[in-house]
Design a protein around this ligand. Structure first.
Ligand code: SF4
Length: 140
């Protein structure tokens, strides 16, 4: 059990780094090779996927670069300006050409030896008017 947010953040860094050290673990970024979608956070920042938007990962290298004020949607006329920024370009370049420098979170979710343990449990109907809720259990 984790008693503080910092404990959990440190655990997640170790989890990703351990996967990175595993020689059977090859990073295959879902944001490049699959249809993982870009996320827009409620704070107005884009990230390459929803995992990087999770506050728990902002202490990891690269992740915080997406949360700089000049990359906020409110500070740009066109969203293309954000995606064509140096920060986004450097991130894609790193994932493709130097994946060993990727943040631990990328190994947690997108390496051949994954650390995520998301498991679908069941779908529940909430009411006649409100849709169904997928229940996903996440274990680390
Ligand atoms: S975790 Fe990293 S590699 Fe995976 S989809 Fe997100 S940004 Fe891409």
């Amino acid at each position: 059990m984790f008693t503080t947010k910092e404990d959990l953040q440190n655990h997640l860094i170790k989890l990703g780094n351990d996967l990175k050290k595993d020689k059977n673990s090859v990073l295959k970024p879902r944001c490049i090779y699959e249809e993982q979608e870009i996320t827009l956070s409620s704070e107005g920042f884009f990230t390459p996927c929803c995992w990087l938007d999770d506050e728990l990962y902002r202490v990891q290298p690269w992740v915080d670069t997406f949360f700089q004020s000049h990359l906020n949607i409110e500070n740009n006329e066109n969203i293309e300006d954000i995606f064509e920024s140096k920060e986004w370009g450097d991130f894609w370049e790193m994932l493709i050409n130097n994946p060993h420098n990727a943040p631990p979170v990328c190994y947690e979710y997108c390496a051949s030896q994954k650390g995520d343990k998301e498991k679908y449990i069941k779908t529940e109907k909430i009411s006649d008017f409100i849709f169904e809720l997928d229940i996903i259990e996440r274990r680390h």
